[in-house]
Design a protein around this ligand. Structure first.
Ligand SMILES: Cc1cc2nc3c(=O)[nH]c(=O)nc-3n(C[C@H](O)[C@H](O)[C@H](O)COP(=O)(O)OP(=O)(O)OC[C@H]3O[C@@H](n4cnc5c(N)ncnc54)[C@H](O)[C@@H]3O)c2cc1C
Length: 447
């Protein structure tokens, strides 16, 4: 389904953020405390430990397990799915190339679409079109998928820090209701979106000036069809700046829409203080457009706010430098890579950091590719990066960031991690031909 533009116009100015690894330095307001050393229980030893349980992370875990690894996955929310579920973002883009001739994406994305379709939880307008998902059903399917593959899940569990010895991560410290614990693994997959583990490992990263701003998403029943116009006309009265947004219908419902109608500008969501402020501002914005709908939506209009994302939808934070950095030119020219592990046809889509306007650039060929070398670094022997933090320039990021692309990145991360374990190799030394072969065997479209 195509996105509908809801709003247009100018918005708050963005100050931008410094480039480099110096951000998120905590300035002590009340001195420091020297914590006592402690013995931390090791709750599990596995081959592969995945941090972050979006579809990227779960698909990584499944592919690692199918390639012979013992796997654990850690997720700070109460459910798997990341932005798709806890953030309410309900659209997966097409699985076909831009000319609508060839299917270029298969694997676990297709598996999940098939499973959800059987539950009336996934709609599409046909070949070459996007998919609308009921992401509550997706949560349950992801539980089942992980369970079917004997993966140990840790929900409500936060990755806190690594134990690094001899230049390798030996274990990660996690925090949950049981307190602080450790998980030992041979290889770790960083699927935290923000690259929390990769940062701690010292893989170089940047926080680009003018990050794509985050959005608090909502599910609303009975929202007036002309809400964009109403917001444009009355937004100022309710403290909204001019902005751009979109929404889509939830499958299986008559009048429930998932709404991404605003942005929270000036936010680096990898900084705890800014993230807190953004959560509160994002919810305030939802209240503002609900109030507009209630006041100006017409007599018969009774909109009901059904859901807010469990957390604000974060588009962009840290961007890491791996062995190869994918560029705008690679996307636009649809460059082929010998180590390609994913194919994509979604265009470059950058949300302007000042106006929220969607800036599109269209690739010139049928599809582009994402190489494995954007996910591994010679600086980190036992970490594979999977998700929106992989190595790209700003523009290429605008294309690869969508879920049908990152799902494939997750699958490739799982296979790479498992092959690194079985071959006793650094992740950057794993033969990409072997990764491609195994992905293909498992049902991915490898070209
Ligand atoms: C508002 C919005 C609208 C979008 N619209 C679309 C769209 O229509 N279609 C589309 O395909 N894409 C869309 N995108 C882009 C896409 O959703 C994201 O780029 C993608 O989901 C990122 O996937 P990820 O796996 O890298 O990160 P995430 O989905 O953010 O997953 C990271 C996971 O790691 C967990 N985590 C993070 N830190 C820790 C920690 N320290 N310990 C434990 N767990 C941790 C998080 O809870 C989360 O589950 C949108 C994004 C936003 C924000």
């Amino acid at each position: 389904m195509k996105r509908r533009a809801f709003l247009s116009g100018a918005a708050l100015a963005v100050t931008g953020h410094a480039i480099g690894a110096e951000q998120s330095v905590v300035t002590p307001a009340s001195g420091t405390i020297n914590e006592k050393p402690r013995n931390t229980p090791v709750v599990q030893t596995v081959d592969v430990c995945v941090l972050g349980g979006s579809c990227t992370g779960v698909f990584a875990a499944v592919r690692a397990a199918q390639t012979g690894a013992k796997v654990a996955i850690i997720e700070k929310q109460n459910a798997f799915g990341g932005v798709a579920t806890s953030g309410l973002v309900a659209i997966w883009h097409r699985l076909e190339d831009r000319k609508k001739k060839e299917t270029i994406i298969g694997g676990l994305t297709k598996t999940m679409i098939d499973r959800l379709t059987k539950l009336n939880a996934c709609n599409t307008k046909g070949f070459g079109r996007s998919y609308n998902l009921n992401t509550e059903e997706l949560k349950i399917e992801l539980d089942k998928l992980a369970g079917d593959h004997n993966i140990t899940p840790y929900l409500h569990t936060y990755y806190a820090s690594p134990l690094i010895e001899n230049g390798k991560i030996q274990a990660v410290f996690i925090e949950n209701k049981n307190g602080r614990q450790a998980i030992r693994a041979k290889v770790f997959i960083d699927a935290t979106g923000d690259g929390d583990l990769s940062k701690d490992m010292g893989i170089p990263f940047a926080i680009r000036k003018g990050l794509q701003p985050p959005t608090t998403c909502s599910n609303i029943q009975g929202l007036p069809g002309n809400i964009q116009q109403l917001m444009r006309k009355h937004g100022k009265e309710f403290g909204l700046v001019k902005d751009n947004g979109w929404g889509t219908r939830i499958p299986g419902t008559k009048d429930v829409s998932m709404c991404a109608l605003t942005h929270v500008f000036n936010t680096d969501a990898s900084d705890a203080k800014q993230l807190t402020a953004a959560e509160i501002e994002g919810r305030r914005q939802v209240r503002a457009y609900m109030d507009i709908a209630r006041k100006y939506g017409g007599k018969n209009n009774t909109p009901a706010l059904l859901d807010l994302g469990s957390y604000i939808g974060i588009r962009e934070t840290r961007s890491f430098t791996a062995n190869y950095t994918l560029t705008e030119q690679d996307i636009l020219s649809c460059k082929r890579f010998p180590d390609a592990i994913a194919n994509g046809s979604y265009h470059i889509d950058v949300h302007d950091p000042k106006t929220g306007k969607f800036k599109f650039k269209e690739p010139r060929g049928a599809f582009y590719q994402i190489p494995l070398s954007t996910m591994v670094s010679n600086k980190a022997d036992n970490v594979v990066m999977a998700g929106r933090m992989i190595s790209t320039d700003r523009s290429a990021f605008g294309a690869i960031r969508v879920m049908v692309n990152l799902n494939q990145v997750g699958e490739a991360a799982g296979v790479t991690a498992a092959l690194a374990v079985s071959g006793k190799k650094a992740v950057s030394k794993v033969d990409s031909a072997a990764v491609r072969k195994q992905l293909s065997k498992l049902g991915a479209v490898i070209i």
